[in-house]
Design a protein around this ligand. Structure first.
Ligand code: PMP
Length: 384
């Protein structure tokens, strides 16, 4: 019984620390208003930025003649027409020579970092990178150098010290940081990578669909071509999955060596087909992008006026800094009681003492939705 007791103790410890999480239950489709645990609430914390998750076109596109499952990994029977077609369309979308699909962004990041560097290599990772990049660094067995968040001087110093050694060097970063809503200095990173002979891998999970020409991302907006660009299909694209785009050589290495690609059943063709259709919807969503960013600007400004600590930013990810995890969770619960769902974010997702609410509007929110959300915040404002 010892193992079970130990597991029980671990759970009790998490609970004691105020860190035990439980999934809520959403009934019905995703949208600006959802039913959560039996209650109709305004949703302000999903990544369904363009409102595509319940788009009827995607559900229609999912219905095809090729069944439901891919039956094996990509290198066995799982490379179906849907996978090839969607990969081609995704590569064209981000203007890369080719792309490889993954079941999700976690698998794409873990697998790609682990495929691109290994023992004897050096990987340079922003301190606030997504957990999947961090785990890829760990799994790779390369030497990991964590540079201070967006600190180019620190990165340069580390590159000088370590990128000269035999072996490969790879810089990895989110382009839009998922919990802070700020951008990486992409152009400067590309320049540093070039100077030091390092590769550059950029995770565009939160920026694809929202920024850049037709939503093709921050790299496209800046004219930067990273060695590997990861995009996810579960956020702006409204479905599930991810891809890594790059040169034929880079993608070929990933197809051969990313363990999460080689040793995993290919994503189901309906999901892949819907992702292919989502590219067209994302491209055409310029009004939705404008609405999303207008909502974000209004929320940032009015929350600041209410006395909430919202750091400066221009993206659709709006952190409301609280600090103490219990306070963050209480504020989230009070908002929920008022019919507004904004998830509290606490360690280990963010560093201790930086707990926050992560507020994300959707293009499909109306002004009335925003009015109602802001009224709930006003009732709970620190200086209100
Ligand atoms: N990268 C970033 C920056 C993310 O925020 C996330 C998920 N939230 C992922 C990758 C993983 O993507 P997925 O949800 O498709 O596994």
């Amino acid at each position: 019984m010892r193992f079970r007791e130990q597991i029980g103790e671990a759970l009790a410890e998490l609970e004691g620390l105020g860190l035990l999480r439980r999934p809520r239950r959403v009934s019905g489709p995703q949208g600006p208003e959802i039913e959560v645990d039996g209650r109709r609430v305004l949703c302000f914390c999903s990544n369904n930025y363009l409102g595509l998750a319940d788009h009827p076109e995607l559900a229609r596109a999912a219905r095809g003649e090729d069944g439901f499952g891919a039956a094996a990994s990509r290198l066995i029977t799982g490379s179906m027409d849907a996978h090839h077609e969607t990969e081609e369309a995704l590569a064209a979308f981000v203007r890369a020579p080719t792309a490889a699909l993954f079941a999700n962004g976690y698998a794409a990041n873990v697998g790609s970092v682990q495929a691109l560097v290994g023992a004897g290599d050096q990987v340079f990772s922003d301190a606030l990178n997504h957990a999947s990049l961090i785990d890829g660094c760990r799994l790779s067995r390369a030497q990991v150098h964590v540079y201070r968040h967006r600190d180019l001087d620190h990165l340069e110093q580390l590159l000088r010290q370590h990128a000269t050694e035999a072996g490969r060097a790879l810089i990895v970063t989110d382009s839009l940081f998922s919990m802070d809503g700020v951008f990486a200095p992409i152009e400067a990173l590309a320049e540093l990578a070039h100077q030091h002979g390092a590769g550059l891998m950029i995770d565009e999970a939160h920026s694809l669909g929202v920024f850049g020409p037709e939503g093709s991302g921050v790299c496209a907006a800046m004219g930067v071509v990273p060695d590997a660009l990861v995009g996810t299909l579960g956020k702006s694209f409204g479905g599930a999955g991810a891809f890594v785009a790059g040169s034929h050589e880079i993608v070929s290495v990933i197809r051969n060596q990313a363990r999460s690609y080689v040793f995993s059943t290919a994503p189901p063709p309906p999901v892949v087909r819907a992702a292919g259709r989502a590219i067209d919807l994302v491209r055409a969503a310029s009004e939705e992008r404008a609405a999303l960013l207008a909502h974000s600007a209004r929320l940032r400004e009015e929350l600041n006026q209410l006395g909430f600590e919202v750091p400066p930013g221009t993206s659709q990810i709006i952190p409301i800094l609280i600090g103490d995890k219990a306070r963050a969770m209480r504020l989230s619960a009070s908002l929920f009681d008022r019919g507004v769902f904004v998830q509290g974010i606490r360690p280990p997702t963010v560093a201790p003492g930086t707990s926050r609410l992560r507020l994300t509007p959707m293009a499909s929110h109306s002004d009335d939705h925003l009015d109602r959300a802001l009224a709930a915040f006003a009732a709970l404002a620190p200086t209100g």
